[in-house]
Design a protein around this ligand. Structure first.
Ligand code: NAD
Ligand code: IPM
Ligand code: MN
Length: 347
């Protein structure tokens, strides 16, 4: 069986961590029945440089016919003033592929407990999933306008968009601790009032799960105050973006957090939650764990290859436990040396 993986390395540290992720992935699947075929495509700033577009039509076509997509990261100062930015390419890709459900698992493996800036008794056992709506809300709402004296964006959600993401959260919670926290700003925003009403309706379909609501400001506080209280958090596009970066403080770095984005059917995309980290690009110091774990999420969620995914995850956690740590976690191990250590463990 051959599976086609489109590889979008992107910009900044994207190519460095992608090289690491692919090396680990290839090693982990070398004895399995599934054969992976990799198709590298221009995307983001490198798409602009090569083809004048952050999402060139060849790239989109390749993604549409792929079995899964791996993305490193996009963006950087070089393209901030571009007519079409790398970020617009990323949003267009998510929208074109209808990747409305962005799954961001946040856990603190015991290996990282001493490295977390949060006290061990608070952070130990943290294991929750942020289910972020990814193709609507203020990121896409019209009208939008940027003028000299005034600017505005529009936050917009319809019932179907809310229903499908809330359902996704309940389905995930059903296989876990059966608790969904819906995060909104229903004391102020109309979109949040509708969100809360629809969440209540969808909850009726999942009688063995419980639904709780919390305002986003208060949820932001609780994430650092009592992170073990969460099972599945479901929220709109912008809140999910912010809360998941906040949650990266729990394991101590953005550099260990992967994500998966799914549509109703069709291809899924796997990427770290962080960006292209221009401040450390080209230095061989980026933490590749976020990318490696994104590849292992792909094995699990697109190909049901749990054994291989387990091996990858165990290798990463073991390495960190042994003190093989990149700079973001206080270590001195380079990206390539960390990768070598994982490859050795998988040999
Ligand atoms: P960022 O996530 O790139 O970096 C934030 C901080 O985390 C930086 O100090 C960076 O060095 C550090 N960091 C991130 N990933 C790391 C890793 N793997 N190892 C070690 N340290 C890591 O956010 P930013 O600086 O706000 O944004 C930089 C660019 O990335 C912008 O152009 C932004 O639009 C883009 N961006 C892209 C994505 C994506 O591709 N999905 C996500 C977020 C931001
Ligand atoms: C992310 C990023 C993107 C987002 C940007 C780069 C458009 O921050 O993937 O979390 O806001 O969704
Ligand atoms: Mn983000």
């Amino acid at each position: 069986m051959v599976k086609k993986i489109v590889v979008l390395a992107g910009d900044g540290i994207g190519p460095e961590i992608m090289a690491s992720g692919l090396a680990v992935l290839k090693k982990a699947v070398e004895h399995s029945d599934v054969q992976f075929e990799f198709d590298a495509q221009d995307f983001g700033g490198s798409g602009i440089d090569a083809k004048g577009e952050p999402l060139p039509s060849e790239t989109l076509a390749a993604c549409q016919s792929a079995d899964a997509i791996l993305l490193g990261a996009i963006g950087g100062p070089k393209w901030e003033q571009a007519e079409k930015t790398p970020e617009q390419g990323l949003l267009a890709l998510r929208r074109e592929l209808n990747l409305f459900a962005n799954i961001r698992p946040i856990s603190v493996p015991d290996a990282l407990l001493p490295l977390s800036p949060i006290k061990e008794n608070i952070v130990k056992g943290t294991d929750f999933i942020v289910v972020r709506e990814l193709t609507s809300g203020i990121y896409f709402g019209e009208p939008r306008h940027l003028g000299e004296n005034e600017a505005y964006d529009t936050n917009r959600y319809n019932v179907d968009e809310i229903k499908r993401i809330i359902r996704q959260a309940f389905e995930i919670a059903s296989g876990r601790r059966k608790h969904v926290l819906s995060v909104d700003k229903a004391n102020v925003l109309a979109t949040s009032k509708l969100w809360r009403k629809v969440a209540e309706e969808v909850a009726q379909e999942f009688p063995d799960c419980t639904l709780e609501h919390q305002y986003v400001d208060s949820a932001a506080m609780r994430i650092v105050q009592n992170p073990t209280a969460f099972d599945v958090i479901v929220t709109e596009n912008l809140f999910g973006d912010i809360l998941s970066d906040e949650a990266s403080v729990l394991p101590g770095t953005l550099g260990v957090l992967p994500s998966a984005s799914h549509g109703e059917s069709g291809v899924s995309l796997y990427e770290p939650i962080h960006g292209s980290a221009p401040d450390i690009a080209g230095k061989n110091i980026a933490n590749p764990v976020s990318m490696i774990l994104s590849a292992s999420l792909m094995l699990r969620q697109s190909f049901d290859m749990h054994e291989e995914a387990d091996r990858i995850e165990t290798a990463c956690f073991e390495a960190m436990e042994e003190g093989i740590l990149t700079k973001d976690l206080g270590g001195t191990t380079t990206t390539t040396a960390f990768t070598e250590a994982i490859l050795e463990k998988l040999a």
